[in-house]
Design a binder for this molecule. Structure first.
Ligand code: AMP
Length: 185
């Protein structure tokens, strides 16, 4: 059973690595950013509510994202596991996820922190050129990450669920480190 949460700043390579590992183990890659961008494109009620937050690099309110994740984690394709990318991003989302997993009788989630220095992630994001990847918004997203999401590193370290991986390497070598580590756990 593969259940993995990816932490790490925007541009750390979470999406790339989560996708490769999800394909490798045949489990869904659940990216809250992708779900939100799709909802915005389709102009669903969720998308309409989320748009201004996503466009300006702010976090979408916890309740909106939590409902979305609760629905997604109960779909049929999640029975053999999942890889969560971009959720949780706040301590309150993490507490919500703990409760949800208890409710659906799941434990044993591993949390990977992909560690990459700020100057490296800014360079990578500028190259990527997504709509919310202008320099000012990138800087804001990094600030939000430092203030809202880094407390999760201690949260999961205290629960002995945290594994730190050096993300400042080639994508291939990060993938191979991740595969080795996860198989040996
Ligand atoms: P990402 O693709 O993970 O970089 O997410 C892009 C944007 O989607 C973020 O800057 C937020 O506006 C929003 N978002 C994604 N995941 C979450 C989350 N767990 N909580 C709040 N906002 C989120």
């Amino acid at each position: 059973m593969t259940r993995i949460i990816f932490l790490g700043p925007p541009g750390a390579g979470k999406g790339t690595q989560a996708k490769i590992l999800a394909d490798h183990w045949g489990v869904p890659h659940i990216s809250t950013g992708d779900i939100l961008r799709e909802a915005i494109k389709e102009q669903t009620p969720l998308g309409v509510k989320a748009k201004s937050y996503v466009d300006s690099g702010q976090l979408v309110p916890d309740l909106l994202v939590q409902d979305m994740v609760e629905e997604r984690l109960q779909r049929a394709d999640t029975t053999s596991g999942w890889i969560l990318d971009g959720f949780p991003r706040t301590v309150s989302q993490a507490a919500f996820l703990d409760n949800l997993l208890q409710k659906i009788n799941l434990d044993g989630v591993m949390v990977i922190n992909l560690d990459v220095p700020d100057d490296v992630v800014v360079g990578r994001l500028l190259e990527r050129g997504r709509k919310d990847d202008s320099e000012e918004i990138i800087r804001h997203r990094l600030e939000v990450y430092r203030s809202e999401t880094t407390p999760l590193i201690d949260y999961y370290r205290d629960r002995k669920q945290l594994i730190v991986i050096d993300g400042n390497k080639s994508p291939q070598s990060v993938t191979s480190n991740l595969k080795d580590l996860i198989v040996s756990c």
